[in-house]
Ligand binder design. Structure first.
Ligand SMILES: Nc1ncnc2c1ncn2[C@@H]1O[C@H](COP(=O)(O)OP(=O)(O)OP(=O)(O)O)[C@@H](O)[C@H]1O
Ligand SMILES: [Mg+2]
Length: 434
């Protein structure tokens, strides 16, 4: 038996990395090695898990609660409708070209995600570029907790189907291997588009994504057995070719409170910068914790800044604390808009998104809107065309015309003066590249 066949993808990867590190520095960028940078978390931006160090730690009572709270296995009738495919490890190894480093789509707390190809209607691997493109997530062999989150993912995503939830195609469980096979989302995560790409994400796409993600959360909260997502963040919002957004990663999802219970008590898990303050303090989880995280993502969409960014000056590292004072003040608001948009945003859209974000991140969870209300609020924002750049040009041409006319005798009409007052050019906005 070939050595690779005796061990899993993690062993294959570990070996590739150690081989790469043993070789000359110039081999760092060889196509046969994983660039080391992809193997390291970005400590400067620190958006990893709370309790990352106790990923293996889970008190027994909570451990039981976590899985007991996952939805029950599908009924036999459901099973016929939406059966997950069960892949063998060998099939997924072939589908991903032996877990080739250059097919890595990303890395999260649970492990690497690889691009692969499978035949239509089955689990057989296909040649690259043929059949169906999939994303294969391999869980690090990190013990009980990883397995539990893998189970939660299979349990939740195997049963929940919605256009704004990523589709789980199947799974692999073989010895200590745990893998998940998802539909491939061509454009990757919102995190990539907001913070890593050089081309800024257009305003209309930002609204489209916010609305789709809100619909995904509303679906989870409003089902007959409500689900609290618990890990809403930009890296878990995946995009297809048309920028349709879908939520991924249900490893931390929890069944919502049952009967007259107001909350679920849990160990605090989630990601720095996104978790609601009352959840951090008490461990009491409600759907309003997700609404808070949604507000944080709205702020990231509006500002182009990460929820937590250690590279920024001390007063600006936590996005919520930095942005809160600006949100309520229409005149200061434009200071925090993503400068990469360069006035290509709707003026009213910015005002409304700020208002909504401020509402979602209210300190009192009861003051936060429901996700249904959020969806209703966002729908009309798709049609706003009052771009700041247009207001700017109209202001310039008005100034030009005024100069030509009498010096100062020209009276502004009410509409003109109102346009000028609300124009970003007149509220002290200076957009500079940060
Ligand atoms: N279905 C998919 N299609 C395309 N790319 C994907 C898919 N799933 C994940 N990815 C890519 O892999 C990256 C890592 O995903 P993963 O969910 O493992 O980690 P994460 O969300 O970045 O972090 P965390 O572990 O904290 O949730 C994503 O950011 C995305 O770029
Ligand atoms: Mg994720």
């Amino acid at each position: 038996m070939e050595e690779n066949e005796k061990c899993g993808c993690w062993a294959v990867l570990k070996r590739t990395v150690s081989d790469a590190s043993k070789s000359s520095p110039s081999s760092k960028h060889s196509p046969n090695s994983i660039p080391r940078v992809t193997l390291l978390y970005d400590s400067a931006t620190e958006t990893r898990y709370l309790n990352a160090s106790n990923r293996d730690f889970c008190p027994p009572a909570e451990a039981r609660l976590s899985f007991d709270n996952a939805p029950p296995p599908p009924s036999s009738e459901d099973k016929n409708k939406r059966q997950l495919l069960k892949f063998s490890f060998q099939e997924l190894r072939s589908a991903t070209g032996n877990f080739r480093p250059d097919s890595i789509l990303g890395e999260g707390g649970f492990g690497f995600v690889f691009k692969g190809w499978i035949e239509e209607n089955g689990t057989a691997p296909a040649k690259p570029g043929s059949g169906i493109t999939v994303a294969v997530k391999s869980l690090k062999p990190d013990g009980l907790q990883g397995h539990r989150e893998w189970e939660a993912e299979v349990s939740f995503l195997g049963q929940l189907h919605h256009p704004n939830l990523v589709k789980l195609i199947g799974y692999c469980i073989e010895d200590d291997q745990r893998l998940l096979v998802y539909e491939f989302m061509t454009r990757g995560s919102l995190e990539n588009h907001l913070f890593r790409r050089t081309i800024p994400l257009p305003w209309s796409n930002r609204i489209k994504i916010a609305l789709a993600a809100a619909k995904g959360l509303a679906f989870l909260h409003n089902g007959p057995e409500p689900v609290i997502y618990r890990d809403f963040k930009t890296s878990n919002i995946l995009l297809d070719t048309e920028y349709n957004a879908k939520l991924s990663d249900f490893g931390l999802a929890k069944a919502g409170p049952q009967g007259d219970k107001t909350h679920v008590s849990t160990r605090v898990v989630g990601t720095y910068g996104y978790a609601a303050p009352e959840y951090l303090m008490t461990g009491h989880l409600t759907s309003k914790s997700d609404v808070y995280s949604f507000g944080v993502v709205l702020l990231e969409i509006l500002t182009g800044r990460r929820s937590m960014d250690k590279k920024r000056p001390s007063g600006e590292q936590n996005l919520v604390s930095w942005a809160r004072p600006y949100l309520e003040d229409k005149r200061k608001l434009y200071h925090i808009v993503d400068p990469r948009l360069e006035l290509n945003y709707s003026i009213q859209g910015v005002q409304k998104i700020s208002k909504l974000a401020s509402h979602c991140i209210s300190r009192d969870p009861k003051s936060r809107p429901t996700m249904d209300e959020v969806v209703k609020f966002l729908i009309p924002l798709q049609d706003l065309n009052d771009l700041a750049i247009l207001a700017y040009h109209s202001r310039l041409s008005q100034q030009g015309r005024r100069k030509k006319k009498s010096d100062g005798l020209h009276q502004l009409t009410y509409t003109q003066s109102r346009n000028i007052r609300t124009s970003p050019m007149n509220v002290g906005i200076v957009h500079r590249r940060r």
